[in-house]
Design a protein around this ligand. Sequence first.
Ligand SMILES: Cc1cc2nc3c(=O)[nH]c(=O)nc-3n(C[C@H](O)[C@H](O)[C@H](O)COP(=O)(O)OP(=O)(O)OC[C@H]3O[C@@H](n4cnc5c(N)ncnc54)[C@H](O)[C@@H]3O)c2cc1C
Length: 494
Amino acid sequence: MSETFGIHWFRRDLRVAGNPGLKATFERHQGRVVGLFCFDAKFLSRPDFSHDRFGFFLATLRELKEELLEQGSDLLVIDSSPNEGWERLVEYLRPQGPFTVSFNRDYEPFARERDEKILELFKNKGIEVKTHRDHLLIEPSDLKKDDGGYYQVYSPFARKWLDLLQSSNIRDRISEQKKGLSYLQRRRKGESKQIFTLTWKSLDRGGFPFIDAFEQFENKTSKMVKIPLPEAGSLAAFRRLEAFSPHLSRYGEDRDIPGIDGTSQLSIFLKNGSLTSSQIIAALELDKTSGWKDSSGASKYLKEIIWREFYYHILFHRPDVEIQSFLPAFRDLPWENRQDWFLRWCEGTTGYPIVDAGMRQLNQTGWMHNRVRMIVASFLTKDLLIDWRWGEKYFMEKLLDGDLAPNNGGWQWAASTGCDPQPYFRIFNPVLQSERFDPEGSYIKRYVPELKNVAADCLHDPLRIPSSAGYPKPLVEHREQKEKALRMYASAKK
Ligand SMILES: Cc1cc2nc3c(=O)[nH]c(=O)nc-3n(C[C@H](O)[C@H](O)[C@H](O)COP(=O)(O)OP(=O)(O)OC[C@H]3O[C@@H](n4cnc5c(N)ncnc54)[C@H](O)[C@@H]3O)c2cc1C
């Protein structure tokens, strides 16, 4: 009988190190595993598709492909929907001997629907398939309220999450991730060896149903990418993690100051699965923090990781948040939706320096500091009275870390329409936020060069900026707009 083999279907787990599905299939078939990636046209035609983010995704895929080749395996990238792709591959490969399929679970509504169909397809064809937990440390099925429902408030969710973190099952998973990290350390020193023993080439007996579409996508996309892309892949993520590690103890103090590099900037890697929250926890030993009562940088950092997981859980239980407000009372707010104001917000010419600096950072780099994300989101919804979904979509078009669950969660938090949001009557004052979090104006000056010669004490309030600076006049008056917003939310509440 011919030897068995496995195919690991990569989706948003673009790494070898500590990849549970890949590892299980590797062990099951003694290294006879190849990787597959399908470019799904449905995904590529989403209205919030971003060429920049796709460019970063492709760079990550390239790293993965090279790593798999170096390790003795390969990644086949096909231009086909998963359904059609698997259908044709199964027919072609079946005569070559029994094989199994693995993939790591995804929680987005689109992905869940896709995966259900694929599982059905494998079942009908009699192909063994195993799915694994990867993207989240604690999955929605693991964390429920005592009455079986789901948590809608962050604090009790986080307390339960922290309890589960100490369970033996999760601790084992974190120890397992430490092995993945030592593999990365060895790889970085060039010490890794070939461990896989199967390639797509060796499975080609003539008439192979696909040609590898990676380069075609890469060539097309490279012309569309408009911003410089950071280094991609799991080694780059690991280097970033190591560089952040000495700053962890100051995370509590530094994380809100956009003018310094006080945060890890790991979100772009988490999005693609070049790195996972469990690897971060393992590497930074965040599981050793005493959790809630502890005010260390590590504990604060862990709480942010838990916010991310919280938003994934919400999206899992309430997929409708993708299209509407979590809170029914705020589903039909009478947004003013002025297109001209929206364009000014997008380009960073609202006349509020901290808002404009944030939007220009986003447009130039594909990333924005979290404090500033909150400020610009509050400004769009509660000063410009524009629907949060417009801002959410614009962020997705621009962010390299654009990720449905945290993006939707962040927007609905700022717009006060989400679960456990900022209360609607707490409206950020962009001038006070700017004075508090960018007192010297170093962040503003970096992204709004018109203001580089303006003294720090005149930099935050639009009315104090000298007209000689050539900087736009403020679009709106904050106090007036705040009153309007309060009236809008209060009447919807009635
Ligand atoms: C309006 C708005 C939109 C957002 N859109 C996205 C998005 O599309 N993709 C995305 O990954 N994050 C999003 N966030 C959350 C947060 O801003 C980013 O995760 C963070 O800025 C990424 O930078 P970092 O890796 O340096 O974060 P760090 O401060 O180093 O935090 C570590 C990790 O914790 C998670 N995290 C941190 N803050 C939050 C938060 N507020 N909510 C959820 N998770 C968090 C991220 O995974 C992050 O990488 C959004 C927040 C807001 C307010």
